[in-house]
Design a protein around this ligand. Structure first.
Ligand SMILES: Cc1cc2nc3c(=O)[nH]c(=O)nc-3n(C[C@H](O)[C@H](O)[C@H](O)COP(=O)(O)OP(=O)(O)OC[C@H]3O[C@@H](n4cnc5c(N)ncnc54)[C@H](O)[C@@H]3O)c2cc1C
Ligand code: FES
Length: 299
């Protein structure tokens, strides 16, 4: 994948079909197998398509997302925190913020079904990472899509050289997937650096301080590595500059962005930025692309 090429213009007449249905607006039913509380109004949902053929064949690229809909309530885009290397089911890590997510938390339980369309968006260019080092930098809820990427890299450990995760959270309570990440670190699958803004008197054996302060300590050669970043807008402002200062090429830094979306398939224009639609050309962009379209990060 050439990342410094202009975006491919969209043909509004082009027909898009999704694995979930030939008509991209029609969702497929998926059953909620399990719901786990991750704290701070975030839950992890395990889902499986009710159509067993779709359930077994459904695949995606880390960094892609799906539209989850509930009839009469609404629909919203959610990243996939699971990996396509683990088939038969998929997961969504959802924070409760409004109408749809409130309904999901209040009225749906294990055994209920929801509508799913996808996978959508481009995802991380993981094939490009093969043979080299990968630095994954995460802030807050950005760990949701990056957890899927980490599982993907670890499940195919032989394809990658060094894998490093630097993940910053507000406090120890806010660290998502903590046990899983600590066990990756114990097994030696990846170098995992967890840091919090403030340990707030809680038991904590990780680091304290901002992600940007720790990047200089990472033992990785930026000139031959790829970096992936996902976090809140303020996080990008500092992390991206730091990565460039350290020698990562702008076309080797990838970020995942959130925009308000409706259709998810490049038709409604809700997620348009300049000449791109985030749902179709993103949500993953190289830093190079983002610099050519500054509204991507700053609007
Ligand atoms: C590509 C993509 C991936 C996403 N992945 C995840 C994920 O993995 N987990 C997750 O919890 N959320 C994710 N989101 C955000 C999620 O789509 C929204 O939080 C959800 O649709 C809100 O629906 P609601 O009806 O509950 O909230 P609403 O009632 O619509 O809104 C409640 C509040 O949330 C804000 N809000 C709604 N949508 C967004 C948005 N896209 N970005 C910023 N603020 C928003 C509104 O401004 C409002 O303040 C993702 C968004 C995108 C575009
Ligand atoms: S959400 Fe409709 S064009 Fe992107």
């Amino acid at each position: 994948m050439k990342t410094n090429q202009p975006f491919v213009p969209i043909s509004h007449n082009s027909r898009l079909t999704l694995p979930t249905a030939p008509n991209p607006y029609i969702p497929a039913d998926a059953r909620i197998l399990q719901i786990r509380d991750l704290g701070n109004d975030i839950r992890l949902f395990d889902l499986r398509f009710t159509d067993s053929q779709l359930a077994e064949s459904f695949t995606f690229r880390p960094g892609q997302f799906v539209e989850l809909g509930i009839i009469g309530v609404g629909e919203g885009p959610f990243s996939l925190p699971s990996s396509p290397t683990r088939q038969g089911f998929f997961q969504l890590g959802i924070r409760r913020v409004g109408v749809l997510t409130d309904y999901l938390f209040e009225h749906l339980s294990e055994g209920d079904t929801v509508g799913i369309r996808g996978p959508l968006g481009n995802g991380f260019p993981v094939r490009q990472f093969e043979g080299g080092d990968v630095l994954v930098v995460s802030g807050g809820l950005g760990m949701v899509p990056l957890r899927g990427l980490m599982q993907y890299l670890i499940d195919q450990r032989h394809l990658f050289n060094k894998i490093v995760l630097v993940y910053g959270s507000r406090s120890p309570d806010h660290v998502l997937f903590r046990e899983e990440l600590e066990s990756m670190s114990r097994r030696g699958d990846a170098d995992i650096v967890l840091t919090v803004d403030d340990a707030a008197g809680q038991p904590w054996n990780g680091k304290t301080g901002f992600v940007t302060d720790l990047l200089a300590q990472v033992d990785i050669d930026p000139s031959t590595s790829h970096a992936v970043a996902c976090g809140p807008p303020i996080f990008y402002k500092f992390v991206l500059e730091k990565l460039v200062d350290q020698g990562y090429g702008k076309d080797r830094i990838f970020l995942s962005l959130e925009r308000r979306m409706e259709c998810g398939v490049g038709k409604c224009g809700h997620c348009g930025v300049g000449y791109t639609f985030t749902c179709l050309h993103g949500p993953v962009f190289s830093y190079w692309d983002a610099l050519n379209l500054p509204e991507l990060i700053h609007s």
